[in-house]
Design a protein around this ligand. Structure first.
Ligand SMILES: C[S@@+](CC[C@H](N)C(=O)[O-])C[C@H]1O[C@@H](n2cnc3c(N)ncnc32)[C@H](O)[C@@H]1O
Length: 288
């Protein structure tokens, strides 16, 4: 990229090939999003401004991002943002990058509670970037959402996201859910995408994930069930009588969770993602 007048289309073509050689998935999309970020334009603009020459500073910033990407840094951290459903969420390496499976969790809650103007109390355990809590707060504007995490820095990111999105009906608390309860109040809806990857599966994750995303957000360091075990014990203190809970679960955890909740006072059901993998657990207390 030295000593040459580079246009947008030159960078697009060169980097698509370079990313392909380096084994980066979706190479063209990666460079398009880098161009959008550095030039502050939309993807449509890229195609409208193909022949626009780039300044030295723009090229320097693009080059830095390309280098980070080929070194394995996730694109979302490089750009500092990602999309969750239809909102933009700021991310950094203190929070896990929101995944599409988690959008399904949120959609399930939205489907189950069609009256968006009723007032619910909602708890999000392990809020990370705040994606679940903020999305639900936006869709249920009369409701009060409590977002908790044990990570101070994750909570800072989540709070900043709340400010950027001008969402005011969420409060944030630092709380280690394995050892304490966030409040003595009860909730209509409890949601969580907890760290559920068993320690042995964690070792098999891609370097891009292991080297960049916070380990404590991904794995419980044990069998992957630590948080669900704890939830089973504390849900009676957290849920209103007709309250429901929604958890994201790992691809092979359905049967283990059926077993775990078998002797409890909760009835549970599961929902699959588009590839037929069971991803969401929904439950409520059986009242006699
Ligand atoms: C899988 S991430 C989910 C983040 C976000 N809710 C999402 O869906 O993208 C799990 C989150 O749980 C938090 N966490 C881990 N251990 C915790 C604990 N003992 N108490 C509360 N939060 C915890 C992590 O910091 C992380 O933000």
């Amino acid at each position: 990229m030295e000593n040459k007048l580079w246009t947008i289309v030159d960078v697009l073509k060169w980097t698509t090939d370079y990313f392909s050689e380096k084994g980066i998935e979706s190479p063209r999309l990666n460079i398009e999003l880098i161009l959008c970020s550095v030039l502050n334009i939309t993807r449509i603009d890229i195609y409208k401004q193909f022949d626009k020459p780039l300044s030295e500073l723009e090229l320097k910033n693009i080059r830095n991002m390309i280098l980070k990407r080929v070194s394995g840094e996730p694109l979302q951290y490089i750009l500092g943002k990602t999309t969750f459903l239809d909102i933009e969420i700021m991310v950094n390496d203190t929070v896990m990058i929101p995944r599409p499976e988690t959008e399904l969790l949120v959609k399930q809650v939205l489907d189950d509670y069609p009256n968006k103007y009723k007032k619910y109390r909602i708890l999000d355990i392990g809020t990370g970037s705040g994606c679940i809590a903020l999305y639900l707060a936006k869709k249920f504007p009369q409701s009060e959402v409590l977002a908790i995490d044990n990570s101070y820095f994750a909570l800072l990111t989540a709070k900043n996201n709340g400010t950027n999105l001008a969402i005011r009906n969420v409060s944030f608390n630092q709380c280690d859910i394995l050892n304490e309860l966030p409040t003595n109040q009860k909730f209509d809806i409890v949601v969580s995408n907890p760290p559920y990857i068993p320690s042995e599966d964690y070792e098999e994750l891609a370097d891009e994930v292991k080297n960049h995303e916070p380990k404590d957000a991904l794995t419980d360091g044990k069998d992957g069930l630590t948080f669900y075990n704890r939830f089973k014990d504390i849900l009676p203190y957290l849920l209103n009588d007709d309250g429901k809970f929604y958890f994201e679960i790992g691809y092979n955890q359905k049967n283990k969770l059926i077993e775990l909740f078998k002797e409890s006072t909760f009835e549970i059901e599961f929902f699959e993602d588009f590839s037929g993998i069971t991803r969401i657990l929904r439950g409520k207390e059986i009242l006699y």
